[in-house]
Design a protein around this ligand. Structure first.
Ligand code: A3P
Length: 334
């Protein structure tokens, strides 16, 4: 089976907008497939292998747009699937227990040198070093079952038999909070080299120019499959509101039974404060503290980052992108 994706390079103007926000990339960014998902140029080389990746019936996948609550969902799913084995969860980093499929496709040509030099904070980014040596999808292909796989690719760029074969949990978040969180992540990675302000980031975001965007298309692909017996759809905002209820929903989906007491323990383990101090989920297992995946953990924190004009733009962005879809965010109504 081959990939049916088409790739086009972004325009020079778009490239300038993206490069202002994202540093360290050497090849032009591309737009993939009919929806035009933006990817680093290095993705082209890996797209086919990822599309043809062999899914197994006992795989469990977590799929999302970056900064949507992926890490939070992964830790919940991993523990539910592993008899709440906190001992292993507290001794082995999440990125090893639940690796990302496409990590290698984000590493630019000279990436291994950047990583070795810890240019920006790349050397502190867990899993990048290994993925620069062996393609991340290849390592996963050789991994023993059961596998836990994280990906930020939309369903249309994943193996077409995924939903007929494995269980998938998709997590979505208000795009405005995703934009803010995406900005802080890149700021943290780029260190002093970051030139972009949040306004620059928002400009790239609202034009669907950041990797894995357009966000609404990405989310909507999974929303359309929300009644598929192999897909469970979560919203970050619902997890913030009632984590216990969302865990119970995931238990049902995964066919796992735990007592109320055990679920309460898991709620505690997944609480923001406990998570922030947990180096195994905070991408900080090497203890240098340079990359912290867990930042503020708020729903609606975007309000303090958007000025009046951005707020209007965001309203326009959401209403235009959601028009004609039955996708509804709990945090937004037109
Ligand atoms: P913020 O940057 O807004 O704080 P991902 O794992 O997809 O990269 O998402 C990261 C976002 O999820 C970050 O958002 C992070 O703080 C938030 N997050 C992670 N764990 C959380 C938790 N236990 N409770 C609330 N938010 C959490």
């Amino acid at each position: 089976m081959r990939s049916t994706h088409t790739f086009i390079e972004v325009t020079e103007e778009e490239e300038r907008i993206i490069r202002k926000c994202l540093l360290g990339y050497t090849k032009p960014f591309i737009k993939c497939g009919s929806k035009g998902y933006v990817m680093p140029g290095s993705f082209r080389k890996h797209a086919e292998a990822i599309y043809n990746f062999k899914v197994r019936p006992d795989d469990v996948w977590v799929v999302s747009v970056p900064r949507s609550g992926t890490t939070w969902t992964q830790e919940m799913v991993w523990l539910l699937e592993n008899d709440l084995d906190y001992k292993t969860a507290k001794s082995k980093p999440l990125f090893e227990r639940f690796p990302m499929l496409e990590t290698t496709s984000h590493i630019p040509e000279m990436g291994h040198i950047f990583i070795r030099m810890n240019f920006m904070n790349l050397g502190s980014f867990q899993g990048l070093k290994k993925a620069s040596q062996t393609p991340s999808w290849k390592t996963l292909e050789m991994a023993p079952s059961p596998r836990f796989i994280k990906t930020h690719l939309p369903l249309s760029m994943l193996p077409p038999n995924l939903l007929n074969t494995a269980k998938v949990i998709y997590v979505a978040r208000d795009p405005r909070d995703v934009a803010v969180s995406y900005y802080y992540l890149h700021k943290m990675i780029a260190k002093k080299f970051m030139r972009a302000s949040f306004a620059d980031f928002w400009n790239a975001f609202k034009r669907d120019l950041l990797p894995m965007t357009p966000v609404i298309e990405h989310v909507n692909e999974s929303w359309d499959q929300r009644h598929n017996k192999n897909l469970h759809f979560l919203f970050y905002e619902d997890m913030k509101k009632d984590l216990k209820r969302e865990i119970q929903g995931v238990c049902k989906f995964l066919d796992r039974n735990y007592t109320d007491e055990k679920i309460n323990e898991l709620v505690n383990h997944l609480s923001f404060d406990s998570f922030r101090n947990n180096k195994n989920v905070n991408n900080n297992a090497n203890g240098d503290g340079k990359i912290q995946f867990i930042r503020k953990g708020e729903a609606g924190g975007w309000r303090t980052h958007f000025d009046a004009e951005m707020k209007i733009e965001a309203e326009f962005y959401l209403s235009a992108r959601l028009k004609g879809l039955d996708l509804k965010y709990p945090s937004w109504s037109s």
